[in-house]
Design a protein around this ligand. Structure first.
Ligand code: ISJ
Length: 397
């Protein structure tokens, strides 16, 4: 389980004295926890324009660390667009533990109260108007899918404890990719519990698990099952999903000599939503291609951008009206052998003291309904909000 040289420890090693808001944390359902501290910020030293350039820069940074006492591993998050808000680090120490977080987290969780119902950007009606505008552009043939997101900022009457949020997310979503990334200038932490694997590379094999097409979970078991089955049978959701799984398979086929892609999507349940899912696995033709290069080649998939990518990206810049920052980017790690794991940065928020900004989007295709898509963004925000015991009005829509 360990990254195999430098100051990397596994198992019961404890690091309770570290400031969790200045550490990088990643928990994968496959490999358990990765915790890194003593972070050297290298965000400004990685400025590549292609996945191969990015991989080359990362490899040079990691090569310079070999033979030193420092962990030869890059950790962090890349934004949806450009590199301006990238958060990339070389840690002084990495601890990996398959089963538990290598530090004590609070059990007795108390949350401050929200001061208001929050400010949505765009406002809820504005979001619906933008979805309607996208539907017109889809009908006019400009693109076939676009993912439109919104941000919701809540102010609390006291700072929200970072360690408590991580503990609550970890406990509530045992199957999620959990992450916490320090923002620049101690401006808080980007954290979340994503259901979506962008890319995992291990021993010459790669896995990706694109998701797209969603319905909320239902508290009653029979209704819950009926919702899931309706999702699996829904033509609109299957079209939305196929655009993502086909593109991921297409990109990976350029790197793999064996690729297995299921013919039909399956269902996964996150705790708040059901999604259509396709688990794709391949064997690398050239085993030296690193996880960071592969993840960057896949990003942004139509699960967070749209189809075709260029037109959807332009529609997002034109219609969305806010900077996504790290939301809908990629978060994870890559070691000096090239192995690593990257999740899509979803079901997430920026937590800065008493301010929490949540992000969520929904895939728009012909047949989407603006009010339903707004409700879907609210349900997605419930992943983080639920950890604080909160709900949103728009969920009832
Ligand atoms: C865009 C988000 O999620 C993505 C969009 C989905 C959809 O539109 O059905 C489903 C899963 C994710 O790939 C988000 O959580 O903000």
């Amino acid at each position: 389980m360990s990254i195999n040289s430098g100051a990397v420890a596994t198992g019961s090693h404890r690091a309770a004295s570290s400031d969790i808001s200045q550490s990088f944390l990643f928990r994968s359902p496959h490999d358990g926890w990765l915790w890194a501290d003593g972070l050297e910020d290298v965000s400004d030293r990685v400025r590549a324009s292609t996945p191969a350039d990015l991989a080359g820069q990362v490899q040079r940074l990691l090569a310079a660390r070999q033979g030193t006492q420092q962990a030869p591993c890059l950790v962090g998050a890349l934004p949806f667009q450009g590199m301006a808000s990238a958060r990339l680090f070389l840690p002084g120490r990495v601890i990996r533990d398959a089963s538990s977080l290598p530090m004590a987290l609070p059990h007795d969780l108390r949350w401050p109260a929200p001061r208001s119902t929050g400010r949505s950007l765009p406002a809820e009606e504005g979001y619906c108007a933008r979805v309607a505008a996208a539907l017109d552009e889809i009908a006019a043939g400009q693109y076939s899918k676009v993912v439109l997101a919104r941000a919701l900022t809540l102010e609390f009457d006291a700072p929200v404890p970072v360690a408590g949020m991580i503990a609550a997310l970890a406990e509530r979503y045992p199957q999620a990719f959990l992450f916490a990334v320090p923002q620049a200038n101690r401006q808080g932490v980007f954290l979340g519990a994503s259901p979506e694997l962008l890319l995992r590379r291990r021993n010459g094999w790669v896995d990706s698990n694109p998701l797209a097409g969603s319905v909320p979970c239902h508290p009653q078991a029979a209704e819950d099952r009926a919702q899931a089955e309706a999702l699996l049978a829904s033509d609109k959701n299957r079209r939305e999903h196929a655009l993502v799984s086909e593109r991921v398979a297409d990109v990976l086929s350029g790197y793999c000599d064996q690729l297995s892609v299921p013919d039909e999507p399956s269902l996964i349940r996150t705790g708040t939503l059901w999604h259509l899912s396709t688990a794709i696995r391949g064997r690398l033709r050239d085993p030296s291609v690193s996880s960071v290069e592969l993840a960057a080649a896949l990003h942004p998939t139509p699960a967070v951008c749209g189809h075709p990518t260029g037109a959807a990206r332009q529609a997002i810049s034109r219609l969305e009206g806010f900077d996504r920052g790290l939301y809908a980017g990629m978060v994870g790690w890559c070691d000096h052998t090239g192995d690593g794991e990257w999740a899509v940065s979803l079901r997430c928020a920026d937590l800065a003291g008493a301010f929490l900004t949540l992000y969520a989007g929904a895939g728009i295709v012909a047949g989407s309904d603006p009010v339903e898509e707004l409700a879907e963004t609210a349900t997605k925000m419930r992943t983080v909000l639920g950890a604080l015991g909160l709900t949103l009005r728009a969920e009832a829509a």
